[in-house]
Design a protein around this ligand. Sequence first.
Ligand code: HEM
Length: 548
Amino acid sequence: MKTDIENLWVFALASKSFRAFSAESIACTVLLVALTCLAMTFIYWSHPGGPAWGRNFKNIIPLLLKSSKTKPVIPGPRGLPLIGSMALMTSLAHRKIAAMARSCNAKRLMAFSLGQTRVVVTCHPDVAREILNSSVFADRPVKESAYSLMFNRAIGFAQYGVYWRTLRRISAAHLFSPKQIKNSEVQRREIASQMVAMFGTHKEKLAIREVVKRASLNNMMCSVFGRKYELEFGASMNNEVEELKGLVDEGYDLLGMLNWSDHLPWLADFDAQKIRFRCSNLVPRVNRFVSRIISEHRTGVEAGKDEKAPDFVDVLLSLQGPDKLSNSDMIAVLWEMIFRGTDTVAVLIEWIMARMVLHPDVQSTVHDELDKVVGRSRAVNESDISELVYLTAVVKEVLRLHPPGPLLSWARLAITDTTIDGYHVPIGTTAMVNMWAISRDPEVWVDPLEFKPDRFVARDGELEFSVFGSDLRLAPFGSGRRTCPGKALGLTTVTYWVASLLQEYEWLPLDENAVDLSEVLRLSCEMAKPLVAKVLPRRSGVKPSSAQ
Ligand code: HEM
């Protein structure tokens, strides 16, 4: 039986705890929590490189204690509390990062924070080699749009491992091997002559970029889906090409955007930039489009299927055993190939043609070489390219000054703790290489801002400079395990099509301000103002026209 004294006890306790929850004490608690959060935010932010680096207690404690055992700290900007240096990644990120690295004296390795993401970036070829060739950086950082658009099941964003290796092996054997590149020569020749005809006969003004993008899309449609299309514009354009172009353009836009919620997870629920929304609209359309082509291949409905050489869809469908891909994986792989193969090539060709218009002396040297190697009586063949030494040097010089991926398109992710250039880099750090800064560095290149293709013409006894990743002074296709698998195909296509355009025409500015080299960085770095040029035929039988 409870006594009165016991009841009093209960009453006293209840009133005490009620007081503990009074408005005053709640306000005190909230204030305490807020002050603690503020203090933590400030402590995180005080770390060189900003808040994402400070969040790592292993970093912050020795720094606060000023311990003698402190490891060297990677220099870098703090940026702003919470968001760090997000501003660095907006607009022309490669230029902003290069300028910041210079001002922090951190060209070799700079740390910065993108919200909660720790980033290191190098503007130095030796450190670039260390990062790109390290097995620790064989993965890609998580990017919501890439995952939503299925790229995590394709080569570009697949996790480093068995699945990714299988995809690389299959595509290396069936799409990118020297034999496959040779086999697709006929289709590139047909498309080159369609482009030449279009520049020669089209009455309206044509955007060079638009023509080359369509050409490039048709080329990939042929290699990947086995579909052949005429190069057409306006009303006569094929619906299927038009539809695919729309899908590629939308995907290109989404992947090129800086998604704030990739780095600030507390923003994820809001989808403020509508990226998730747009991806979820795009994916079913891509699925429908690619599934239709796959099922036509399955049922053999395609016209002339028996006679034609197998395309990449046929190859994927023929895989058996452990290599066999599910339908959705196949869609992701095919979609990525179309996607990656289209814009990189078109963007690079536009830069090359812009430089040709801007430097008539260089263009005339290319014309002299074409006259010597090919003559004016015929079109260029791909087999001529090995003798077009100066043209090859022009392409490399443009890759040096205008790499389509100035930050190498997609970054790398550290899968374990590691050491780069003597600094500790923790697991989960994103690593970038600023190839644009390296290839314009006066300590690496003589007269780096001058357009001098001669620098790539090998003198007697010299080896030709390879841009395929062995020399990190210029590696526009990346290097190491994640290097671009399409580099030989891409470079062959670009060099051959540029040779064809220059063989047929002299390219002249429309007026004195026709070439503006300003850039815009989307997924690739493009000319901000599309190239405007006039063409004059060099060989008989091709009519002049204006191209814009
Ligand atoms: C001028 C043409 C091209 C340029 C400048 C270029 C550049 C690049 C760069 C810089 C990377 C990242 C490399 C790295 O992380 O080290 C890359 C990756 C990739 N590229 Fe290219 N590329 C070109 C053409 C192509 C073509 C034609 C295709 C396919 C048809 C292609 C497919 C890919 C794929 C699938 C990856 C991801 C590789 C992986 O993560 O394992 N690229 N490219």
